[in-house]
Design a protein around this ligand. Structure first.
Ligand SMILES: Nc1ncnc2c1ncn2[C@@H]1O[C@H](COP(=O)(O)OP(=O)(O)OP(=O)(O)O)[C@@H](O)[C@H]1O
Ligand SMILES: [Mg+2]
Length: 588
């Protein structure tokens, strides 16, 4: 429960909605509770009329009209205030839901990359959608029904005790039992519906995965196997749904049974009292009304408590990351305008997960206008170095120095503005080619000329022009499918449109043929002579033009120097160079 305290700040923000809602609840209940009293009056006046001697029809009409009019007026007032209650409290819950979702989204954007590596995407999406909507059920319906039941209970009990305390006691006896049963049944229903939901989402992810892997599935001829698995999943779902339907079906009849029990009590005990002249008929009718009036709110106590429980569980999941104190990347004050030199000095780093990968004693230095090549076997730590340079991760110890000053002295944003980074697993949005390239800059700073220029530099311009809608071509799920090499070059264009002073290409020409990739590299060095570039590759030919090359193995620099020197030194670089030379000759 204490998890829900986090939401108090939102309740405070919308306190006027809550206070007004409470006042409306009091008003609507007042009119509601007064209505049986009108019936009681009607019964009393009718008895009086029947016992009177004149028995004029006009009298009966005037009594009837007066009471019916009053009853209708009170019903109307009750309805209006009920409407106002929902308009304040439920609306408040929607406002809070909106604020809360935005806050969670903001937090998501602040969290470090390592957080995303540790959590599954589906899980993160669930928290912002499903969990928040469960929390909203607490903020809206749960709070509203709780206030309602308290107000109604106080009012009705006062009225009933005023009429007859003993009868009140007996007829209220089944209500706590009712509440308890409903609480228990709701818990079972919740559990079962959660299981059903889980099975449902298993089916969804199963189908989703099948769609994404459809090429593999068809190529390996496994359709029948998948169909059988799907059958099993849906069978599980059907069983869970049927068992939920059974409990649901038992729910309503058991409530009706308990209400009936209270009504029988009232009639029986009320009848006895009426014989002894302690009560009249009107009072009994009024009591029956009250019982019915109390039943549903009481029934809702069980339901509400299960709502609160679910909300608390959801809030706990949300709090897990909302209250998480991330190792925030230090953000300095100095504005960085020009990159002249970047250097790593004795840098150590590990991912702080279970992986035993360590980057040790990393040292290099690059001046403006120079390029650094990073080479090494798979898993040797090349992309990790790129992550550290872009400050997606923070180094553990050692120094990361820019223009002779520690990088932490500079504002992170101003540093990132100077970087063009193309990650190894390129990602394009389901949007137009234009927007994907223009993403590299703010919307206002970009025009078609820049986009075209960047595309030309990345060697993709001609291919884009060949598409029917050229730069307005949609890519992704509902658009054209690009080849691996096209995707890579669009991602490069996105980095280049920033006119970056530091360009990091993480193995992002791997799907581009050797000729095209060397053409792109030549263009880049002539257009941006001052640029610092860091090139990561598995292909020796792509690094041959670099001013300096480091060779990594298991997180350590094992060789370094110029291409010409490295190919003469015995080692990993040379052996791969020889192999790749041979491959190229064979290709011819
Ligand atoms: N986010 C992460 N959390 C934990 N371990 C990671 C993470 N990213 C990479 N690793 C581990 O760090 C090691 C180095 O990974 P890295 O991606 O830097 O290799 P790489 O040299 O770029 O390999 P490749 O040539 O295949 O791209 C690997 O053992 C990998 O399992
Ligand atoms: Mg890599």
């Amino acid at each position: 429960m204490s998890e829900l305290f986090y939401l108090n700040k939102y309740l405070k923000r919308y306190k006027w909605h809550l206070i007004l809602g409470f006042i409306f609840i009091i008003c609507s209940n007042y009119f509601g509770v007064y209505m049986p009293k009108i019936i009681d009056d009607a019964a009393d006046q009718l008895t009086l009329f029947l016992n009177s001697e004149s028995k004029e029809n006009n009298d009966l009409w005037s009594i009837g009209l007066h009471l019916v009019g009053l009853y209708m007026l009170f019903s109307l007032l009750k309805g209006i205030f009920l409407f106002c209650t929902r308009q304040t409290i439920i609306v408040m819950s929607r406002h809070i839901e909106y604020d809360f979702k935005n806050d969670i989204f903001l937090k998501y954007q602040q969290l470090n990359l390592s957080f995303y590596k540790q959590n599954r995407t589906g899980d993160l999406m669930n928290r912002i959608s499903e969990d928040v909507s469960k929390v909203r059920m607490y903020l809206g319906p749960a709070i509203m029904y709780t206030l309602n039941v308290v107000v109604l209970f106080v009012m009705v009990i006062t009225f009933m005790i005023y009429k007859n305390a003993e009868l009140t006691f007996f007829v209220l006896l089944p209500l706590p039992i009712l509440s308890f049963i409903i609480y228990k049944v709701s818990a079972i229903i919740n559990k079962k519906s959660e299981i059903t939901q889980k099975k449902q989402s298993r089916i969804t992810s199963f189908v989703q995965e099948m769609f994404s892997g459809i090429r593999v599935l068809k190529a390996y001829n496994r359709s029948r196997y998948f169909a059988k698995q799907y059958d099993q999943e849906t069978e599980d779902y059907k069983r869970a749904s049927l068992s939920l339907a059974l409990v649901n079906a038992l729910f309503l009849p058991s409530i009706i049974l308990l209400i009936g029990l209270s009504t029988i009590f009232t009639i029986y005990l009320g009848g006895l009292k009426s014989i002894h002249q302690e009560l009249d008929y009107g009072d009994i009718v009024q009591f029956i009304f009250y019982i019915n009036m109390l039943t549903w709110p009481f029934a809702s106590v069980g339901w509400v408590s299960s709502l609160v429980q679910r909300a608390a569980a959801s809030q706990k999941r949300i709090n897990e990351f909302l209250l998480k104190e991330e190792k925030v990347i230090n953000d300095g004050k100095n504005n960085l305008i020009k990159l002249e030199k970047i250097a790593f000095k004795q840098v150590n780093f590990n991912y702080q997960t279970k992986s035993d990968f360590n980057l040790c004693h990393l040292e290099f230095e690059i001046n403006s206008g120079q390029s650094l090549g990073i080479f090494g076997s798979t898993g040797s730590g090349k992309s990790t170095v790129a992550n550290l340079i872009t400050r997606l991760y923070e180094i553990d110890n050692g120094h990361f120095v820019i223009n002779g000053t520690d990088v932490k002295e500079f504002e992170l944003d101003s540093f990132r503005k100077l970087i063009g980074y193309v990650p190894q697993d390129v990602f394009l949005f389901s949007d137009t080619i234009y927007n994907n390239i223009a993403f590299g800059l703010n919307e206002n700073d970009v025009d078609l000329k820049d986009v075209k220029h960047a595309a030309k530099l990345a060697g993709i311009y001609d291919e884009i022009c060949r598409f029917e809608k050229s730069f307005d071509t949609k890519i992704g799920e509902r658009g054209v499918t690009l080849s691996g090499g096209q995707k890579q070059r669009i991602a490069i264009a996105r980095a280049l449109i920033r006119k970056p002073q530091l360009l990091i290409l993480d193995d992002c020409l791997s799907a581009v043929d050797t000729d095209t990739s060397s053409k792109i590299q030549q263009q880049l060095s002539s257009v941006y002579p001052d640029q610092i570039s860091i090139q990561i590759s598995h292909r020796v030919s792509q690094l041959s033009h670099c001013n300096h090359i480091i060779v990594l193995d298991n997180g350590q620099i094992v060789q370094q120097g110029k291409h010409a020197d490295l190919i003469t030194q015995e080692g990993y670089y040379q052996s791969i160079y020889n192999k790749q030379q041979l491959d190229e000759v064979n290709d011819y």
